[in-house]
Design a protein around this ligand. Sequence first.
Ligand code: 5RP
Length: 305
Amino acid sequence: MSINHRFSAAIFLNPIDQPFTMRSFAIFTAATLSTVSAFAPSSGVRTNPTFTAPSISSSTQIQMSLTQDELKKMVGYKAVDDYVKSSMVVGLGTGSTAYFAVERLGELLKSGELTDIVAIPTSERTKEQAESLGIPLVTLDTHSKLDVAIDGADEVDPGLNLVKGGGGALLREKMVEVCADKFIVIVDESKICDGLGPGFPIPVEITPFCHEHTLRTVGALPSCAGCNPVLRLGSSSNNQVDGEEIAVTDNGNYIVDLHFTEPIKDAPKMAMEIKGTVGVVDHGLFCGLTTAVIIAGSDGISVKE
Ligand code: 5RP
């Protein structure tokens, strides 16, 4: 899949014309989507175009072309600024959007604006990033209750049900995020959909033992009728065929990606059927878990609860 998002945003500075910061952006943002070429629905890889430097058009307004990475950074920073307070236990998601939330948490801990935080990473990649930033880490074994978890998503439907696991971390993400008082989802608007399924394959983590049998069993579930189950190959951190070996998750398991051409009618029902299949470890349908979704897009930043 390829995507080429370029967002043109008019950013209105505050009266004393402070330099642009993420916090000031969160206060005054008006964005205009200038060009979007839609991504192919079934492959699941989003690429990021080059950042276009801002040009100043007046003393109070800056015209910026914002790439998808810039949008991800905005929501990542805003989630930490708005939802993380000192002394919290924080769940750290996985992926290119969650990366920026981890970055922001590290920054605020370093500056002393946040203190006494411990965090639980949802993947080895996020653990490495957090360690490199000096974020104190714990696990669910010592901290079964989190104040907040922040993570990206591959798709978000109108009921705030999610598809996650494009990056292969769905099991640890779900284990951590179900334990959080608040689960904050951060996305750019390309992730918003009317119905889960056709826009992004549903990842299912399965045991390596007799994985072909489990793949067939899941594909034959009544709620999965019409899907094409595909064993993930290459890197587990994306759903592209980027290798010949079977992809292995951080937990030593395999992933089957369920490709749909029609929107899933009843995502919670499908979630129950898949989860009830012996051989399935967990799946990327996150239903009824979301507290709020922070979305960056053509109208600036919005929050859905
Ligand atoms: C990883 C995930 C990610 O949160 C999801 O794939 C979104 O990633 P990105 O922010 O890179 O688009 O579920 O398992």
